[in-house]
Design a protein around this ligand. Structure first.
Ligand code: ASN
Ligand code: ZN
Ligand code: CA
Length: 333
C-alpha cells in the first residue's frame, strides 16, 4: 500500500474554507498531516475513550461548515493543530510539542453535550466536546492552540496545575493561543486578545476570557494578590494574561482588528507596549528556559526579566516595559 502527502480542503465551523494537509493511502484520504509529524484527527462519535476512528473518506474535502456534518469540527481541529505546529516551528524554531518533529493527535465529538476541551498528558492528545445549548463545538483556533500549548508546557516548564504555577500554566495557554490566532491571519476568525469568542459558551456572544481586563469575565483577577494561588487556575491566570496584554499593546484604550480594549494598570501608571512579536518571544523563552514546575508570579517576573535582559539588554525599552507591565498587575519589587 502506498501513501502520499496531499493538500486537502476543509470547510470548517469557524475558520471558513481552509487548506488541510492530509495523507492518501490507496484510494482513501485521511486526516493525517503528513507535513507535521503525522498529526492525526479522530472522530470519537460521542465516545469517551480510545481514539474512535481516524477521519477518512474517498475525497480530500472535509466538512461543509455546519457542525451537523461530523467532518466540519474535524476540519477545525486539524487546521488548529496545523496552525499551532506552524507557529511554534516558524516563530520559535520548535518542531512539534516535544521538539522532536513527532505529531500528536486530536479527538473530536467527545461524549454528549460536552462543553469543554482538554489536553491529556496520558494520551499526548487533545480532545474536544460538541458543546450544548448555545455552545458550539469547542474547536476554534484559540481553543485548539490553548489545548496544544498545555502539551508544550508539559514538555518544558511542567508548571504544576494548581496554585500560582497553575495560573501561569493556564495563562501560557491563553497567551500563546492568542498568538497562534493572530499569526493564523484567518479572515473568518481574526486575531484578538479574547479567548473562546467563537464558541459562544456563555450564550450571549461574550468570550470566555479577556486579556486586557480579565475581570470582565466576572471571575478572573486583573492583578496579583497574596491569596491568588487558592482560586481556580482559569481565574488566577488573569494577572499573567493582563501582563502579556500590557507588554504587547500598552495600557489604556485601543482598537485592534475591530475589537476595542481598555487595559488599566494596578498602579495607575502607564505602560508602553513593545508589540506582540517581542512579547511572544519573551514569554516563550521564559517558559522554555527559565520557568520550572513551581514557578510563581514572582518567579515569572524574574524569568521574563532575565529573558528580556538576554534578548534586548537590561537598559533597553523592552526590559523597562517588562518591569512596568509586571508593576501594572501588582507583581514587583
Ligand atoms: N479546557 C480546560 C483547559 O484547557 C480544561 C481544563 O480545565 N483543564 O484549561
Ligand atoms: Zn487550559
Ligand atoms: Ca480569540
Amino acid at each position: 500500500e502506498w501513501e502520499a502527502v496531499r493538500n486537502g480542503t476543509g470547510h470548517t465551523v469557524y475558520s471558513g474554507t481552509v487548506p488541510l494537509t492530509t495523507t492518501q493511502s490507496g484510494s482513501t484520504y485521511n486526516l493525517t498531516d503528513g507535513a507535521r509529524g503525522n498529526h492525526r484527527t479522530y472522530n470519537l462519535n460521542r465516545g469517551t475513550s480510545g481514539t474512535g476512528t481516524l477521519f477518512s473518506g474517498p475525497d480530500d474535502v472535509w466538512g461543509n461548515g455546519s457542525p451537523s456534518n461530523l467532518e466540519s469540527a474535524g476540519a477545525d481541529a486539524h487546521y488548529g493543530a496545523a496552525l499551532t505546529w506552524d507557529y511554534y516551528k516558524n516563530v520559535h524554531g520548535r518542531s512539534g510539542i516535544r521538539g522532536d518533529g513527532v505529531g500528536a493527535y486530536s479527538r473530536v465529538h467527545y461524549g454528549n453535550n460536552y462543553v469543554n476541551a482538554f489536553w491529556s498528558d496520558s494520551c499526548f492528545c487533545m480532545t474536544y466536546g460538541d458543546g450544548s445549548g448555545n455552545a458550539n463545538p469547542l474547536v476554534s483556533i484559540d481553543v485548539a492552540a490553548h489545548e496544544m500549548t498545555h502539551g508544550l508546557t508539559s514538555a518544558t516548564a511542567k508548571l504544576v496545575y494548581s496554585g500560582e504555577s497553575g495560573g501561569l500554566n493556564e495563562a501560557t495557554s491563553d497567551i500563546l493561543g492568542a498568538a497562534v490566532e493572530f499569526h493564523a491571519n484567518n479572515a473568518s476568525d481574526v486575531g484578538d486578545y479574547l479567548i473562546g469568542e467563537e464558541i459562544d459558551i456563555n450564550g450571549d456572544g461574550t468570550p470566555l476570557r479577556y486579556m486586557d481586563q480579565p475581570s470582565k469575565d466576572g471571575a478572573s483577577k486583573d492583578n496579583w494578590y497574596s491569596g491568588i494561588g487558592s482560586i481556580d487556575v482559569h481565574y488566577s491566570s488573569g494577572p499573567a494574561n493582563h501582563f502579556f496584554y500590557l507588554l504587547s499593546e500598552g495600557s489604556g484604550a485601543k482598537t485592534i482588528n475591530g475589537v476595542s480594549y481598555n487595559s488599566p494598570t494596578a498602579d495607575g501608571l502607564p505602560v508602553t507596549g513593545i508589540g506582540r512579536a517581542k512579547a511572544e518571544q519573551i514569554w516563550f523563552k521564559a517558559l522554555t528556559t527559565k520557568f520550572t514546575s513551581t514557578t510563581n508570579y514572582a518567579g515569572a517576573r524574574t524569568g521574563t526579566l532575565a529573558v528580556a535582559g538576554e534578548l534586548y539588554g537590561t537598559t533597553s525599552a523592552e526590559y523597562k516595559a517588562v518591569q512596568d507591565a509586571w508593576a501594572g498587575v501588582a507583581v514587583g519589587s
